[in-house]
Design a protein around this ligand. Structure first.
Ligand code: NAD
Ligand code: TDX
Length: 355
């Protein structure tokens, strides 16, 4: 089977590619623009495989997309490429509208053209899997409420509004043109190879450097954390076995306040890495409270019972086991994150071309 993964040099896309190459015989074409968030070092453990190839492509470039569809001939497209950071979408929404809305429109049109001309068998087995977020649902009022697949959309940030738009486009291409789609909405991911602008790696690396650990507002916002490798397993399961047109919410049943997450990171660092920068007695003392994010969603929590019931998926990691592994991974992999912090990892690109 041939799987085209968009955004495979990013955090979740690279976990999906490592999972496919390590655990299946499928062939993968990674297409990625290599924005600031794309890093081919995240797939270096599998990029030597004959199952792997890479093309540097912007999903807004229809001509380049047409060319790779025609040479690679995918059976499945797993679409992860996106601008993904809420704070950046507040500072500058342009790239979010371009990639997350126009890019998805361009990708859908090229996919439709390709799918329309496939022979009957290949056409009926083809899937376009759109990977989305729980942020499209906005935030939850009640302490016990959960997002289900039928929760109405109410996005708060430019990022989540752009992802909500893309979900609507994908469903419209299914309803109007019959494109065989599946869709997933997942909660906050954490784990290895995450760009250190996101909460967990940002806090780990700041703590190691003796820098402040900035919690927005009161730090009492709640997120539902899922280890990225559990997400990658869920995604491949949906892409290869979900019925056409279905949506699944994916989450880890790990609701935590941001301040609890940061305390847990500090406690793990005290245990595993007690050697602190000069002048720092305690990692917890680095915690500072800063101005809140505008429009900050208070609580997200996922009801993942549909994917558990219908496809038999369950997360393997608890937050305790997954966070410990993640802190240890950042301690062991300075060679990955130091070039990212220095901003010169673009010099280290090691992808193979082909298709
Ligand atoms: P990321 O920012 O780490 O990676 C995004 C990747 O997309 C990068 O490799 C980047 O180079 C690539 N990209 C960006 N614009 C592109 C373009 N125009 N053309 C081609 N490639 C482009 O993001 P992530 O955290 O891995 O998220 C992947 C997907 O999962 C996104 O669609 C995101 O909305 C969704 N998601 C993320 C989370 C999370 O917690 N990180 C949770 C739920 C859903
Ligand atoms: O320095 C920080 N201080 C802080 O308090 C950072 C970076 C974040 N936060 C807070 C904001 C959020 O409440 O921590 C929480 C998590 O923040 P992010 O890591 O930026 O994630 P979030 O905004 O929740 O969005 C993430 O989950 C859903 C991903 O970035 C999205 O791509 C995904 O769709």
């Amino acid at each position: 089977m041939k799987i085209m993964v968009t955004g495979g040099a990013g955090f979740i896309g690279s976990a999906v590619i490592r999972h496919i190459i390590n655990d299946t015989s499928c062939h993968v074409l990674n297409i990625d623009k290599l924005t600031y968030a794309g890093n081919l070092n995240s797939v270096s453990s599998v990029s030597g495989s004959s199952q792997y190839s890479f093309k540097q492509i912007d999903i807004c470039d229809s001509a380049a997309l047409k060319s790779v569809f025609s040479t690679f001939q995918p059976d499945i497209v797993m679409h992860l490429a996106a601008e993904s950071h809420v704070d950046r979408s507040i500072d500058g929404p342009d790239a979010f509208m371009e990639t997350n809305i126009m890019g998805v429109y361009k990708l859908l049109e090229v996919t439709r053209g390709y799918w329309n001309q496939l022979p009957k068998d290949k056409k009926s087995n083809f899937r376009f899997h759109h990977i989305s977020t729980d942020e499209v649902y906005g935030d939850l009022e009640g302490e016990n409420d959960l997002f289900t697949e039928t929760t109405p959309y109410a996005p708060s940030s430019p990022y989540s509004a752009s992802k909500a738009s893309s979900d609507h486009l994908v469903r419209a291409w299914h309803r109007t043109f019959g494109l065989p789609i599946v869709l997933t909405n997942c909660s906050n991911n954490y784990g290895p190879f995450q760009f250190p602008e996101k909460l967990i790696p940002h806090m780990i690396l700041n703590a190691l450097a003796g820098k402040p650990l900035p919690l927005y507002g009161k730090g009492n916002q709640i997120r539902d954390w899922l280890h990225v490798e559990d997400h990658a397993r869920a995604l491949l399961l949906v892409a290869t076995s979900a019925p056409i047109g279905k949506t699944y919410n994916i989450g880890g049943h790990n609701e935590m306040q941001n301040v609890e997450v940061v305390h847990a990171i500090c406690d793990l660092l005290e245990e595993i890495h007690p050697e602190k920068p000069e002048g720092i007695n305690n990692y917890q003392n680095l915690i500072t409270y800063v101005t809140d994010r505008p429009g900050h969603d208070r609580r997200y929590a996922i009801d993942a019972s549909k994917i558990e019931r219908e496809l038999g998926w369950r997360p393997a990691e608890t937050f305790q086991t997954g966070l410990r592994k993640t802190v240890q991974w950042y301690l062991d992999n300075k060679s990955w994150w130091q070039p990212v912090l220095d901003g010169n990892y673009h010099l280290n690109r090691i992808g193979k071309s082909g298709g």
